[in-house]
Design a protein around this ligand. Structure first.
Ligand code: FMN
Length: 270
């Protein structure tokens, strides 16, 4: 088992409580085909030298968040109660609720949400200024707006992200595709905790050390959206739990400790 964020007592030598150095991710230029670029010009989008300006009209259609502490919990494991990422995200939520008794939790299970696939019609609607969209285009973007609003409404995120074929689950990726674009919400000031699970071991000597693609992917993605306060709980070698080779509660113990340490005001003193 490897967890770079495990508390010193649970796993000596590992960094504590998921604090990672902040990393700035600059605006990236999209490799846009010529016809799309001219569509942008037609609709008055400003493409500047070092990036693409966010079209404010879209953002203004989303309301400001309220002052109540709000947690957005995302689950993306397809295996329900057997899931390790769900169990740990549930623990995070439990402790967070204890620390924020008046807080609100928005739960989004991307495996049971019917997320529309990204089609040509969706792309055209997304890249059309809000005031010029046809009624059907607004309808096509209803889900996109809904999840963007959830991201804006929350102060904090916890996301369970299993490793599926070296990347995130397809449902998580599809959810992400709906809001990650130059026209999506800006998420500066949010705090995000990602609980990444993986069946294999990724520790020294495993041969998988260089294959932890999910964490850098999430860093790049959410960093690009403005989320600088990111924390990771990496739970690898879960296959041994599913094989019955190790006790589940024993296996999860150090990870649960990490999660408790992330919400310090919730841990009883003494
Ligand atoms: C479709 C699928 C693909 C998977 N691919 C990988 C993989 O590439 N690498 C890995 O380490 N584990 C892989 N696994 C194992 C899961 O990461 C592991 O079972 C993990 O515990 C899943 O998280 P969960 O328990 O929250 O569902 C895969 C599992 C599934 C169902």
């Amino acid at each position: 088992m490897q967890n770079e964020n495990a508390p010193a007592a649970a796993a000596p030598g590992f960094r504590r409580a998921g604090i990672h150095p902040r990393r700035k991710v600059g605006a990236e230029r999209l490799p846009l085909p010529r016809f799309t670029r001219s569509m942008y010009s037609m609709f008055g989008l400003a493409i500047v030298e070092f990036g693409i300006s966010v079209r404010l009209a879209d953002v203004r259609t989303l309301t400001e968040r309220t002052e109540m502490a709000t947690l957005l919990r995302i689950d993306s494991s397809p295996i329900g109660e057997a899931s390790i990422s769900r169990e740990l995200a549930a623990e995070f939520e439990r402790i967070w609720r204890r620390a924020n008794p008046d807080g609100r939790v928005i739960a989004r299970d991307v495996t049971t949400t019917a997320i529309p696939t990204v089609t040509a019609a969706w792309v055209a609607a997304h890249y059309t200024p809000a005031e010029s969209r046809a009624r059907e285009q607004h309808e096509l973007l209803r889900f996109t707006q809904e999840i963007a609003q959830e991201l804006l409404d929350a102060d904090e995120y916890v996301m369970g992200v299993p490793t599926h074929n070296w990347g995130p689950p397809a449902s998580f990726k599809l959810w992400v595709d709906h809001f990650t674009s130059p026209f999506g919400p800006r998420l500066e000031g949010k705090r995000a905790t990602f609980i990444i699970t993986a069946g294999r071991s990724y520790g020294p000597g495993s041969g998988n050390e260089e294959r932890r693609h999910v964490e850098p992917w999430l860093r790049t993605l959410f960093g690009g959206l403005g989320v600088a306060d990111v924390h990771f709980v990496f739970v690898d070698a879960t296959a041994q739990v599913f094989r019955g080779a190790v006790d589940r509660a024993e296996f999860l113990g150090p990870h649960v400790e990490v999660i408790h340490a992330m919400i310090p005001q919730a841990v009883p003193s003494g």
